[in-house]
Ligand binder design. Structure first.
Ligand code: HEC
Length: 307
């Protein structure tokens, strides 16, 4: 019986059940196996290898929700995003486990000896006690089986590991969420990127020092800035164009308006120079997005300290 459970096909039956039962079964199997010394080193195995077709067909939104609920507290995804409690995951699907420079991985992760694949990721999020065993990442509970492939697929798309296109935000997100759904649901990538990070500006006028400031777009339609004198607001119209206005700048022009298609802003990129414009003749405005924002940026009325 225990011997049977050490064969690779032992998990086929676990996968049929949902909820805590398979976890218990897997733990029992591991305990029995360890006691018998048969396959103690075998990593937790999922039923069948996930296929490319399954990943391409997976529900992007379902994966996104799973990520936001279960992973986003500790992991950022965008290229150049910060390491949080866990490492930034951009590029993880072409990286050996535990090899991202600049992050202090556990010895277990560093010596895992594999490169991340969708299958490995699915095994990771199914593992209740760390994967590979000894890893310092502990999930409070396994990701429900029904969400695992969607989560893997979403991660591949968002970390540059998919060889299929990101579902076009307007069509796919609208189709799933409906045209009347909140902006955050229709354009999650745009929303998360802009509402959680810092938009950084440099205003250059001939013969003057460049003027730099940061802006924090907020979910209530307002915008705060590193300079408390600067205020602003934003709006997305029915053609899915994002327009915003800033006023109270201490230099010319003291106010300006810019508009961009939301789709163009849905690719989460961090760079100090993402766009330039000429709000008034002789003035060059450079904008970009950098990761994170001061907590005070969310406080109503309270302006964060200048950086
Ligand atoms: C409480 C914080 C936390 C949560 C929540 C969390 N992680 Fe982690 N994650 C970590 C830590 C810490 C590590 C490093 C583990 C180690 O070194 O053993 C890690 C490592 C990883 C790695 C390996 C990265 C690499 O470069 O080798 C992946 C992949 C990963 N996490 C994915 C996820 C996914 C997917 C979720 C959501 C289901 C998630 N994590 C939830 C903290 C977390």
């Amino acid at each position: 019986m225990a011997q049977d459970r050490c064969r690779p096909n032992r998990t086929a039956s676990f996968a049929l059940a949902a909820g805590p039962a398979p976890v218990l079964a897997a733990v029992l199997a591991a305990v029995l196996a360890a006691a018998l010394g048969t396959c103690a080193a075998a990593p937790p195995v999922q039923a069948a290898e996930v296929t490319r077709e399954q990943l391409v067909a997976a529900n992007y939104r379902q994966g996104m929700v799973a990520f936001q609920q279960r992973c986003s507290a500790c992991h950022s995804l965008a290229d150049g995003g910060k390491d949080l409690a866990g490492p930034n995951l951009y590029g993880m699907f072409s990286r050996a486990a535990g090899s991202k420079p600049g992050f202090r991985f556990s010895a277990a992760m560093q010596s895992a000896g594999f490169t991340w694949t969708a299958q490995r990721l699915i095994e990771l999020v199914a593992a209740p006690d760390g994967y590979p065993p000894g890893s310092s990442m502990a999930l409070p509970e396994p990701v429900p089986e029904a969400d695992r492939i969607a989560l893997a697929s979403f991660l591949m798309v968002e970390t540059g590991g998919a060889d299929w296109p990101r579902p076009a935000p307007p069509a796919a997100a609208r189709g799933a969420a409906g045209p009347d759904a909140p902006l955050a649901e229709r354009f999650p990538s745009f929303w998360n990127h802009l509402m959680r990070n810092t938009t950084r500006y440099r205003l250059e006028r001939e013969g003057a020092e460049p003027y730099r400031f940061d802006v924090y777009f907020r979910t209530d339609g307002s915008a705060a800035a590193s300079d408390p004198a600067i205020k602003g607001f934003w709006h997305v119209d029915e053609t899915d164009t994002f327009c915003y206005a800033l006023h109270g700048l201490p230099v010319e022009p003291t106010q300006f308006v810019e508009c961009f298609p939301v789709v163009a802003m849905s690719i989460p990129r961090f760079r100090e120079e993402l766009w330039t414009s000429t709000p008034v003749p002789g003035v060059r405005l450079t904008g970009g997005i950098v990761a994170g924002r001061p907590a005070a940026a969310e406080a109503k009325g309270g302006a964060p300290a200048p950086r």
